[in-house]
Design a protein around this ligand. Structure first.
Ligand code: CP
Length: 304
């Protein structure tokens, strides 16, 4: 039985197969509309979500399966003190596969140790968000045609942004990907990520000003400053408007650059950018459904 806890749980070859399957699903959705007849997906969300939970549910429904679950810790027996290990033993009796989001780093891994069904990490604290990474990889591959040979700027909260950590870990496995890490010094990417970049001889630079690097970028990955990860409200208020992508900054970028964002956005991308053909963040949301459909099929062994 295979789980998805970390984006590196799949080899590059397995990822390519999964992304090919997601592309086939996007081109022929009808072909897959009964692929999961009789199967159930449980969504165990101990933290708020719009996209990840609903895209998992849409994915399973598109495949002909059913969904069950909870959308907050308060509406589950976690509020009475039930452990993740006990919960997953119970859910294993109800569903064929589950997606778990939890504020504590490593909670989905703890669940996987006791689970009788595949567990998908749908985001654990500030750690990893592997299915957002699958979404990001599919988006970049569909827009650019390849996951090799490009420069990506990751901008905003690189300290707590789990989507950033997962994406960097995945992209270093492709050829000639250069990283420009754009953040205030308080929100720099953690040292362990820098160590990984160094160990893998990956080209990177850390900068504070977005305008200075805009012309170099093929992909700009914007992120939200996450209020919920700050211990100090004043610090959050100081950081929250550090970057605002607007028309003026877009004018500095290449004509074939794309802007991605895992969403939700607060105000780091001005709504005036939404009509720019290079704004790809809502397209990214659609790819997220196809890639989660491919993931469910793969983990259930129904991909062949
Ligand atoms: N991208 C993402 O994880 O969004 P949600 O928090 O809405 O699931």
């Amino acid at each position: 039985m295979k789980h998805l806890l970390n984006p590196l749980d799949f080899s590059v070859e397995e990822l390519n197969e999964l992304l090919d399957l997601a592309r086939d699903i996007s081109n022929n959705p009808q072909k897959y509309s009964h692929a999961c007849d009789g199967k159930k997906l449980a969504t165990l969300f101990y933290e708020p979500s719009t996209r990840t939970r609903l895209s998992f549910e849409a994915a399973m429904l598109n495949l002909g399966g059913s969904v069950l679950g909870f959308s907050s810790a308060n509406s589950s027996s976690a509020s009475k003190g039930e452990s993740v290990s006990d919960t997953i033993r119970v859910i294993s009796c109800y569903a064929d596969i589950c997606a778990m989001r939890h504020p504590k780093e490593g909670a989905p891994m703890v669940a996987a140790q006791k689970s009788r069904i595949p567990v998908i990490n749908a985001g654990d604290g500030g750690h990893q968000h592997p299915t957002q990474t699958l979404t990001d990889l599919m988006t970049i591959r569909e827009l650019r045609g390849s996951l090799d040979n490009f420069t990506i700027g990751l901008c905003g909260d690189l300290k707590f942004g789990r989507t950033v950590h997962s994406l960097i870990n995945s992209l270093i496995r492709y050829k000639n990907v250069k990283f420009i890490l754009i953040s205030p010094k308080e929100l720099r990417v953690p040292d362990y990520i820098i160590d990984t970049l160094k160990e893998n001889n990956v080209e990177y630079e850390e900068v504070e000003k977005l305008e200075d690097v805009m012309p170099q970028l093929d992909i700009l990955y914007m992120t939200r400053v996450q209020r919920e990860r700050f211990f100090n409200e004043d610090e959050y208020l100081r950081m929250k408007n550090f970057y605002i992508l607007n028309k003026e900054k877009m004018a500095l970028a290449k004509e074939d650059m794309y802007v991605l964002h895992p969403l939700p956005r607060v105000n780091e991308i001005s709504v005036e950018v939404d009509d720019d053909p290079r704004a790809a963040y809502f397209k990214q949301v659609q790819y997220g459904v196809y890639v989660r459909m491919a993931l469910i099929l793969t983990l259930l062994g129904l991909n062949k």
